[in-house]
Ligand binder design. Structure first.
Ligand code: ADP
Ligand code: ZN
Ligand code: MG
Length: 643
């Protein structure tokens, strides 16, 4: 069985406003090709020019002298050393005189008839014309210009390729300006997160109207830390703050700070803050700040000096802010527990905003936001989908909507129907169906009994979540699954619920062991889940009688006081006690499940046989089977929530 709590993969949507998508290698080839084309164009243009001047016939000086003497020439225009000769009959020729010598001198040297010469209209033109210069300099400068141009292109590409040879410390932040309407996000695009929005509205207010706050001597927080599980909308909310306030938004991810060269991370930070101050009012957003902001000096993660320098620089910049600087730093993380305490002290990221997984109402709102541009059939009930998706993050819901639209389009329908949405829930939760994955007859039977085992235990135990669906169609990596949904969203889990969850997880294992008298690798994931739950009960929640009220591990799974990995705070003796307690919980659960399976063998057989036949049993049919065997299905009011 796959626990429905298991988080599906994150969906990452990147909207980069700058930087191309083509690979660098491809880019260089393209640019070089373009440069070549431009070069060829210039060359042909040049030869065209020179051809044009050549197309007029040339006469030699001696010939010209003779023509003048015979009185055939009407005018000569002198441009530098070039002579444009016009004949009496209107014909035109060109010629060249000796460089540096006046035309008349030259002609005299050729013994021209002076009388005839005086009849020729000689005009001396300034030879500074553009074409003249162009024509005479082009052969020298064009190739040089071409080479420079080519190098420039290459260097630009090289930079793009990440070698940073020419722009060592420039920040790689992506900038979204307030006039960029296509990327604009406002609070309207963020559903739920009421407290977070409330908290952030104050920041928006300050960015819009700083004077009001400064006049009264209020100090506005410089740093705001957004914390929450992946996909809860941290990045989205940060963008929305910038959108609401209409300020520039510099966004950079923590890992982008940390790059190959020592010191570059720190200089990036400096650049970024300088840029933002120039663009003030502005927001700097550091996404996934845990990449740089981990606890320093623990030696964990290789004692990365570079990271420490970067972090120090961020702290320095935060401290160096004048209170009226109108730049606010926002950061996001899903691991607040690993952040360096120095980041969190007052005057730095002292404003902390937590984003929770959305509850039922919020899920409905998020679905509605992402349903905006999609045509829906009449049968769609978004509220029902929201009810069926506890534990889904905003990103999961976004991808659910998207999957539903894809399903509808694939089947060439113009509207998304309720069935598409329901199928997408499972797809997002467990991965796509693998109908081609054929089970042998025995495997199919075993899987059916295994899943039936989970389902029966879940229906009998009071604190387990009711079953919504059982299936032996394999999906993603699981061979079959039982979909359970809590009757309501819950924030806290009780010991009784934990114990029942462990029992349900063991249902498949016990069925294989007792009915088939053999074990397969099938229940391995179930065992992992159950053991982890039992261990958490003992080490985190103080739910073991023997250990008493002691939290031996922090919520993130690391020993609480120890700073490094494997640096246990408790002794070997306590470690052995923990193991004994975990093992006791597991064995008690197994005995309980063995009894349930024995007592409910008939209903188990019924469900398993039905599963082999139809492969999927929905809630309604399942409850009918339960009632037929004298078990009352759980209804909302039946479950008392003890905390
Ligand atoms: P995080 O940064 O917390 O991992 P993102 O902000 O990147 O999550 O969210 C990913 C996507 O999920 C968003 O682009 C948005 O489409 C959707 N989403 C998440 N939370 C919400 C929400 N509260 N309202 C609307 N959409 C949301
Ligand atoms: Zn199982
Ligand atoms: Mg994010």
């Amino acid at each position: 069985m796959k626990m429905p709590l298991n988080k599906p993969k994150r969906i990452i949507i990147t909207k980069s406003s700058k930087g191309g998508g083509t690979s660098p290698g491809q880019g260089i080839m393209k640019q070089a090709f373009m440069a070549l084309v431009i070069f060829l164009l210039l060359v042909s243009l040049y030869s065209l020019f020179s051809d044009m001047s050549k197309s007029i016939e040339e006469v030699s000086l001696s010939e010209l002298t003779q023509e003048i003497s015979t009185g055939n020439i009407s005018a000569i225009v002198v441009t530098g050393d070039k002579l444009e000769v016009t004949y009496l009959d209107g014909g035109e020729r060109v010629s060249k005189k000796e460089a540096g010598t006046a035309l008349t001198t030259t002609l005299k040297n050729y013994d021209v008839n002076k009388e005839a010469l005086s009849k020729v209209n000689i005009e001396v033109k300034n030879d500074q014309g553009f074409l003249y210069w162009f024509a005479s300099l082009a052969p020298i400068f064009l190739p040089i210009a071409f080479i420079v141009f080519f190098l420039w292109f290459l260097s630009r590409q090289v930079k793009g390729a990440g070698m940073q040879a020419f722009s060592f410390g420039q920040s790689k932040a992506r900038l979204t300006t307030p006039d960029d309407k296509s990327q604009q996000v406002t609070f309207k695009d963020v559903a739920g997160c009421k407290e977070a929005k409330e908290e952030l509205r104050e920041i928006v207010d300050f960015l819009k109207n700083p004077k009001k706050f400064l006049d009264i001597g209020a100090r506005i927080p410089k740093g705001i830390l957004l914390m929450g599980a992946p996909g809860t909308g941290k990045t989205l909310l940060a963008r929305a703050v910038a959108g609401e306030a209409g300020v520039s938004f510099f966004s950079i991810s923590g890992s982008e700070f940390v790059e190959m060269f020592v010191g570059v991370g720190a200089s990036r930070v400096r650049d970024l803050f300088d840029l933002a101050k120039k663009a003030a009012p502005a927001i700097i957003f550091v996404d996934e700040i845990d990449a740089v902001g981990r606890v320093r000096g623990t030696g964990v993660g290789g004692g990365n000096d570079e990271r420490e320098q970067t972090l120090n620089q961020i702290l320095v910049e935060l401290d160096g802010f004048e209170p009226n600087e109108k730049v606010i730093v926002m950061a996001a993380t899903n691991r607040p527990d690993v952040l360096d305490p120095a980041l969190l002290r007052p005057g730095r990221f002292d404003r902390r905003v937590t984003l929770d997984l959305p509850d039922r109402k919020d899920r409905e709102d998020i679905l509605l936001i992402h349903a905006r541009k999609k045509p829906f059939a009449e049968d769609v009930r978004i509220a029902l989908i929201a009810e069926r998706t506890p534990g889904f993050s905003g990103a999961d819901l976004y991808s659910l909507m998207n999957e539903a639209a894809i399903l509808a389009a694939r089947e060439s329908r113009t509207k998304v129907s309720q069935f598409d949405l329901i199928r997408s829930i499972e797809k997002v939760m467990l991965g796509p169906e693998r109908k081609s994955h054929i089970l042998s007859k025995r495997e199919k039977e075993l899987t059916a009994f295994h899943e039936a085992g989970h389902a029966v235990v879940a229906s009998v135990l009071a604190y387990a979540d009711p079953v919504h669906k059982i299936s032996i169609i394999s999906r993603g990596r699981v061979a079959g699954y039982v979909l359970k949904l809590p009757l309501e969203d819950r924030k806290l889990q009780s010991k009784k619920e934990f114990l029942d969850d462990i029992a349900v997880a063991l249902g498949g294992y016990v069925v294989e062991k007792t009915i088939f008298e053999d074990l397969t690798t099938g229940p391995s994931n179930d065992l992992q889940v159950a053991t982890a739950l039992a261990r958490d009960m003992v080490t985190k929640y103080g739910m073991s009688e023997k250990m008493g009220p002691m939290a031996l591990e922090s919520a993130s799974g690391k020993p609480i006081f120890g700073l490094g990995v494997g640096d246990k705070e408790y002794s070997e003796r306590v470690g052995a006690m923990i193991d004994a307690e975990v093992s006791k919980i597991m064995n008690d659960a197994m005995k309980k499940v063995e009894k349930i399976i024995k007592d409910h063998r008939k209903i188990l057989d019924t469900i398993a046989r039905r599963l082999v036949e139809v492969e999927t049993i929905e809630q309604k049919e399942f409850e009918e089977i339960l009632v037929a065997h004298g078990i009352t299905p759980k209804k909302k009011k039946d479950i008392e929530h003890q905390v």
